[in-house]
Write a protein that binds this ligand. Structure first.
Ligand SMILES: Cc1cc2nc3c(=O)[nH]c(=O)nc-3n(C[C@H](O)[C@H](O)[C@H](O)COP(=O)(O)OP(=O)(O)OC[C@H]3O[C@@H](n4cnc5c(N)ncnc54)[C@H](O)[C@@H]3O)c2cc1C
Length: 470
């Protein structure tokens, strides 16, 4: 006979499920606003971003770029002999960076009274949450779901680290693959692929669509494609990796089937939401066809007392989208009048060169009925880019032709991820091209390109030719 379990019941104002960027930000903001908050995390505080995503990948990319620059600076007169990249040592350094950040997040949570407990949470009903394997029930007035998303696996490519990996395992590799096949020419595949390439891997990328980085302005993608080709990357577009057996991979390409023999395969083909066993049906929370949780402008789900934020609500999969949604959800829960607005949502791709975008692309602006003027600043005109030996790139500005309102900016350049902040602020403030064009920028910097690009949209460029007005 089953023994009678005594369940302890705790009451909380708000329960946050998931301690990634979306969840921990919501918890901290709720704590600041005086709510009694319980954060339940199944694995590690910091979620994918701090433990297996943004931070470890950028550590690897920085490490690889430094190594690459040392080897490639001979034409400037810098000769480095005996340089070697030790991935084992790198792991220790990277893990320390991750530990410092995750400890910091836990300290910030505690500082505002957020209680953190470990466990896999699931709904028993809209106001009751249990932890799998624990004898407790938490009664929550409000719940915030921030359980994130995980890599899609391909049935014919079962995980078998170190031979078949997703980004999570790839970031823990202790030796550099000799022959790396990346399945999926999207952001993560190219970021990690290029990093390993700089460390010595031969890189092959297979992408199902007709272009790399689908969804990114093709003018920018062309520059990254050029950089990949210079590094002798094999790229298969309109192609599909179909089978894997003992390091033999079969690709279906427009030219027929090809057989490759990589020692490492990185599967990077998208994300599915972490909703399995969450009991969403018991709480009556509605999802879209792919399982992502549907939310409104206040981050509220189909159930009044339940909010959802971050990757579990669908693309774009960006930590700062989760940060913002976390803040908005917390403030709405605390009774403030706030709503989500993605108009000034930047995105950065840490390829070489980096890509960063914000606002509308030229195509999207036209689709939305804008008559647009485009400014184009080639990086070859930048004194700063030339002094860095990295002048292949461009900045593309999109403004409304009549009002001169800034609609978007699209940059492919070193440090693009840092540069995009300026235009993000401009869009957030509803700035006109004249506002950025008339702002004094320090010289010599890459940011001057942003000023010149906007100057060009209004026919006032100084360091690049102005375009004939149509
Ligand atoms: C390799 C890689 C590189 C990336 N680089 C960048 C980048 O440079 N910039 C950027 O903006 N974004 C980047 N991202 C995306 C970014 O990591 C995600 O957008 C971000 O982590 C999403 O935050 P989140 O809080 O929604 O979810 P997550 O970070 O996934 O956190 C969800 C948390 O919920 C926990 N959880 C799940 N189910 C339960 C449950 N039932 N009970 C309790 N806890 C649960 C999980 O353990 C996890 O800790 C990258 C992603 C990857 C994979």
């Amino acid at each position: 006979m089953e023994s009678c379990r005594v369940m302890s019941v705790t009451k909380k104002d708000v329960v946050v499920i998931g301690g990634g960027p979306a969840g921990y930000v919501a918890a901290i903001r709720l704590g600041q606003l005086g709510k009694k908050v319980l954060l339940i995390e199944e694995d590690r505080i910091g979620g994918v971003c701090l433990n297996w995503g943004c931070i470890p990948s950028k550590a690897l990319i920085y490490f690889a770029s430094l190594f690459d620059k040392m080897k490639k600076s001979e034409s400037m007169g810098l000769t480095v002999t005996g340089a070697s990249a030790d991935l084992n040592k790198f792991q220790t350094w990277k893990n320390d960076v991750v530990r410092r950040l995750t400890t910091g997040v836990a300290t910030l949570c505690k500082g505002v009274g957020v209680e953190i407990i470990l466990g896999k949470a699931r709904f028993k009903s809209a106001h009751e949450i249990e932890r799998v394997g624990f004898d407790d029930i938490i009664e929550a007035e409000t719940t915030v779901i921030a359980t994130g998303a995980k890599s899609i696996l391909l049935p014919n490519f079962p995980l078998e680290s170190p031979s078949v990996v997703t980004s999570k395992e790839a970031l823990d590799l202790t030796s550099v693959p000799k022959d790396l096949l990346v399945i999926g020419g999207g952001v993560i595949g190219l970021e990690l692929g290029m990093a390993f390439q700089k460390l010595g891997s031969r890189l092959t990328v297979v992408e199902m669509t007709d272009r790399l980085l689908p969804g990114t302005d093709p003018d920018l993608v062309r520059v990254v494609e050029r950089s990949l080709k210079k590094r002798e990357t094999q790229i298969f577009l309109n192609s599909k990796a179909v089978s894997y057996k003992k390091n033999e991979v079969v690709l279906e390409t427009p030219e027929g089937n090809k057989m490759l023999t990589p020692d490492t395969v990185l599967v990077s083909v998208g994300f599915v939401p972490n909703v399995k066993e969450l009991g969403l049906d018991l709480a009556s929370v509605k999802q879209d066809a792919k399982g992502f949780i549907l939310i409104d402008k206040q981050a509220k789900t189909s159930v009044d007392s339940i909010y959802a934020i971050g990757d579990v609500t669908g693309p774009p999969f960006l930590a700062h989208k989760g940060f913002k949604e976390g803040e908005i959800a917390a403030e709405v829960i605390a009774g403030q009048s706030r709503s989500l607005d993605y108009q000034a949502m930047p995105a950065a791709i840490f390829t070489d060169p980096e890509i960063a975008t914000v606002g509308l692309t030229e195509a999207k602006a036209k689709e939305e009925g804008h008559d647009v003027t485009i400014g184009r600043y080639p990086l070859g005109a930048s004194g700063r880019a030339l002094t860095m030996g990295q002048s292949d790139g461009m900045m593309k500005m999109v403004i409304d032709k009549e009002s001169h309102q800034i609609l978007g900016a699209h940059i492919v350049a070193p440090e693009a991820s840092e540069l995009i902040g300026e235009v993000t602020l401009a869009i957030e403030m509803g700035a006109l091209a004249e506002d950025v064009a008339g702002t004094i920028h320090p010289h010599p910097t890459l940011s001057e390109g942003i000023m010149e690009g906007f100057k060009q949209t209004i026919g006032e460029a100084i360091h690049i030719p102005n375009l004939p007005r149509l």
